[in-house]
Ligand binder design. Structure first.
Ligand code: SER
Length: 316
């Protein structure tokens, strides 16, 4: 059976990079990117899909003989709080649509991104284990806990091969995140390269688990390619990259931009961040499918800055 992958939510921070990585691996003709609107810079097959419409997803799955779905569409933690019921409806409904189609069409594999947002005050905040108590404080986090449980349900009840990772905050240069609590860790690099002052919406000492985009993409593909018998966790796997505070990122950036200035104006996102872990125990992912991060704060900073300098030179 030829692998044909449908990505839902392909225009987002992860979607664009994952689409390119999967195109490199499986060929452009085997990857169908989709989102609510066609992306300007999409290079390959693109279909407009509103994932709340199950019939539309089905149409595309049948048209291309899709064998795997990566379901990336979601409203993130900070944005989600603006309209909790809408966030719930979109995050959960789209995922149930994907699970139902995968079951009905007997798809080979499905990927579901979960998040550190599943944890709340009931979990230890340092080295939070995979099976910690889950009492999220945001509707995004609640929807991800729910999504993880549905993933496990479809696996146990129907034998669907659903695989999932709890992503830390993702730092990448290719596109901006939208509506998350960890977004500052991307924005800060843009401001540094543009020689602007950065106003941070978290306190300087707020430590959160973060990960570089290359590690995230590699983790996702490694998980999806692992032999089925190695996948022991069917809710979602913790993975860790590096734990960071705004102050630590700022001091690394100052190695390259000594005059870089950061002001702190914490807002409601500070409360969200305070409910999340400071660091993650990812020993199950390491043991089951060999996960290991490659980027530390310095290599993230060097790569972000050199890539962004290149991008802004093109634009300016
Ligand atoms: N990066 C996400 C957010 O901040 C967490 O998964 O919402």
């Amino acid at each position: 059976m030829n692998t044909v992958i449908l990505l839902i939510g392909a225009n987002g921070q992860l979607g664009k990079v994952l689409t390119n990585a999967l195109q490199d691996k499986y060929g452009k003709e085997s990857v169908i990117a989709s989102d609510l609107k066609k992306s300007e810079d999409s290079d390959g097959i693109f279909e407009v899909i509103d994932a709340t419409d199950i019939d539309r997803i089905m149409e595309v799955v049948i048209q291309y003989n899709v064998t795997q779905i990566y379901h990336l569409a979601a409203i993130l933690s900070a944005k989600g709080e603006e309209n909790p019921l809408r966030t719930w409806n979109i995050n959960v409904k789209t995922w149930l649509n994907v699970l139902e189609i995968s079951r009905i069409c007997n798809l080979e594999k499905v990927f579901y991104p979960s998040s550190i947002a599943v944890f709340g005050n009931g979990a230890p905040s340092n080295n939070t284990p995979n099976n910690a108590y889950l009492d999220p404080t945001t509707v995004y986090g609640i929807s991800k806990v729910d999504g993880e449980n549905w993933a496990q349900y479809y696996h146990v009840k129907y034998g669907l091969d659903v695989r999932s990772i709890r992503y830390p905050g993702v730092i990448g240069y290719q596109s901006l995140p939208g509506g998350g609590t960890t977004d500052y860790a991307v924005d800060i690099y843009h401001k540094a390269v543009l020689n602007k002052t950065f106003t941070c919406f978290l306190n300087k000492d707020t430590v959160l688990p973060m990960i570089f985009i290359d590690d995230v993409i590699r983790a996702t593909i490694e998980l999806m390619e692992a032999p089925i018998e190695d996948i022991k966790v069917r809710t979602s796997y913790n993975i860790a990259g590096v734990s960071l505070s705004p102050k630590e990122i700022t001091s690394e950036i100052r190695e390259l931009y000594p005059d870089f200035r950061v002001d702190y104006k914490p807002d409601f996102r500070q409360d969200i961040a305070e409910g999340w872990p400071r660091s993650i125990d990812d020993s199950e992912a390491r043991m089951d499918w060999g996960w290991k991060p490659q980027y530390n704060l310095w290599s993230i900073t060097e790569t972000m800055i050199s890539e962004l300098i290149g991008q802004y030179e093109v634009i300016l």
